[in-house]
Ligand binder design. Sequence first.
Ligand code: GDP
Ligand code: IMO
Ligand code: MG
Length: 428
Amino acid sequence: MPAVVVLGAQWGDEGKGKATDQLGSRVDYVVKFNGGNNAGHTVVVGDEKYALHLLPSGILSPGCTPIIGNGVVVDLAVLFEELEGLQGRGVDTSKLLISSSAHVIPSYNRTLDKVTERFLGKRQIGTTGRGIGPTYADKMNRVGIRISDLFDEEILHDKVEGALAQKNQILTKIYNRRSADIDEVVAELRSYADRVAPMVADTGLVLNRALDEGKNVVFEAGQATMLDVDHGTYPFVTSSSATAGGAATGSGIGPTRIDRVVGVIKAYTTRVGEGPFPTELLDAVGEQLRKTGGEYGVTTGRPRRCGWYDAVVARYAGRVNGLTDLVLTKLDVLTGFEKVPVCVAYDVDGVRHDEMPIDQSAFARATPIYEELDGWWEDLSLARTWEDLPVNARRYVEALEEMSGTRISSVGVGPDREATIVRHDLLG
Ligand code: GDP
Ligand code: IMO
Ligand code: MG
């Protein structure tokens, strides 16, 4: 019985939410192990469309227990807003469990996220402004506030005071902002304590026991490989471990328990925010991908930068995560091109790189070396079997599989649960 990690192989928004949701009621637990409400997953179930930010996609599958792991940073206001939104639409959210070790995002970190971005000027990252970076920084600096701190006013007060001793200096003296009031921050955080208490659990223990019993557990990543704080395009990354290793540290299971690592990857590439993106198309073709693919952020509404598939990125994701499978999404969006270019290597200052350059400034100068594949004109959205796909679409998938070095186990042809061609069962 598998423990399956589902993660992004590119720069996010690959369709991880749909991929997790598609595994459906066979999954007993879905764990979010990194990030926070910087994520935005759209899941379409019948006529209903859900946008999830903080909650794991498993919350939409009846019978599945959703878990917010210790590696997540939790904005408590967003947590309850999202829960109430789902409850209002008839979704049962009563099974949600939250790790007592997860960190919370205090209001001062949202402020700091926004002001530091402004301060960076042309070096800005283009963050989602949700306080993610400052909260992970606090965790590493050992001045973070954890869910378990909410339940003892004295301890909470002491911790907020400790954090603000430093932060208020930064807010007022560097950024010229109002200092945060300790009592106000404590009161706000405490106001959630009673409501959050019944959800708090030793989620690492729960998950280890579930795996002992042979349950199906999906570890669902937010963000993606190229946004990972270690393995991504640093500094243009998020502040958490979005790669497979993060599934273990962010949930409290050992890496030996993981059976399968699934990389979700678009049939082309998108990126939100700043940073290098070798196959980016700044022309009408990029605009066509954006329009046809509906490439606008779920969290911030920003238009996503669009470009061709990058097999160097796919191979890198394969190696960094130890991918066993790829889930290819949005193949339907590529209908209507005479030729579809795919990046097979980079040119950096006249030198060919078949693998990711080791230094970021070389990556920033990389230009793609393309191989052109034949396109197709048929609408793919109703294809449900491999044979339903036109021959050139099949050849495209097979070529990507070959270039990327990982088998493609399913192919997405539309946003609906059903709009998927399954080649290998991810839970089998
Ligand atoms: P996530 O953050 O990785 O979960 O992805 P997002 O939800 O941010 O972005 C993926 C978008 O593509 C969503 O709007 C999905 O409904 C949509 N989507 C997922 N798979 C497919 C597919 O195969 N075809 C099409 N056309 N849309 C898809
Ligand atoms: P999902 O889970 C795409 C990007 C931001 C910015 C950088 C840092 O939906 O794939 P942060 O607020 O995390 O400090 O921003 O990371 N980013 C995402 N891009 N999809 C996401 O999540 C993202 N989460 C963060 O745009 O460039
Ligand atoms: Mg998204």
